[in-house]
Design a protein around this ligand. Sequence first.
Ligand code: HEC
Length: 304
Amino acid sequence: MEPWPTTRSPCARSSLLVLLAVWWGGLAPVPATADRAPAPDVLTFRLAGDVQATRSLAEVTATKGGKALRVFEPYEEDFATFTAVPLNAVLDSVYGKTWRSRDEVLLTCRDGYQPSFPVSRLLAYDAWLAVGREDAERFSILKLERGERVRVDLSPIYLVWDNAADAELRAQGDYGWPYQLVGIDLIDARKRFPRMTPPSGSSTQVESGFEAFRMHCTRCHKMNGEGGGIGPELNWPTNPTDYRDVAWLRQWIDDPASLVAVARMPRLNVKLKERSTIIDDVIAYLSAMAKHKVDPSSRAGDGS
Ligand code: HEC
């Protein structure tokens, strides 16, 4: 199972079904999805794997604060308007306010695909649960796949972000936009990413750096084999702190283009509060991990 939605789409396996529904210029009706089990119109909420509550689609839709939300839809690569309710309000109603001090949000899509992101992402940006589309007949998108438009069903729920006026969030593309959402779990990232976890007894700065790394870096980078594959692995067999000094790394994370004209890595969100502390924390985390290399091909998740 791929832990991160990077080059793959969330719920990528459903693209098999989607292939049946290739969009022919918007004219052809999409075949009935008789080959697919009916979508359970229920969202299941868990805490460390244990079911806490379920909510029907009607209950989710009735959440206070619902509205028509216009976002830049990253798979269609165009603006779209959804009927949506604020995710944080839904989480408040299920878990009380305590979810905010949890670690990682693990999502389950209808086909079993499970992307995740740190809880802090929900505090930094506004996430919404879309339950329908305001500007189209069907709750679906016409996703761009290798130059073709493919109709993708979003039901029962699509997690979207209020990115219309937020260039940084928009630059993150489809990271954290799973569709066909059926489950939300609050978990401990250490269990999910044992190889990415710093050794026990690490300083609070290293721990903060671990969280910042999950928030800003793992969608593109692997650490001991865990994470996304757009950028290079950052620990095995070499860690950038093995061959770069701190000043260089600070400048790289701050603004890669200031060092490499054609850098593909984006600069760390310039609007972040305490941005330079975050950069220091991430570098502290990288340095700690340099002494904690785990061969990704080894079986043990924890090399300590
Ligand atoms: C959108 C994808 C993306 C994100 C997000 C990202 N990187 Fe990168 N990173 C890359 C790519 C791609 C490269 C390879 C160099 C290039 O083409 O820019 C890279 C290279 C690097 C390097 C190697 C530089 C060298 O030449 O030694 C380091 C270190 C690094 N990234 C750290 C980070 C850290 C830390 C974060 C989070 C704060 C981060 N990256 C976020 C894509 C990303």
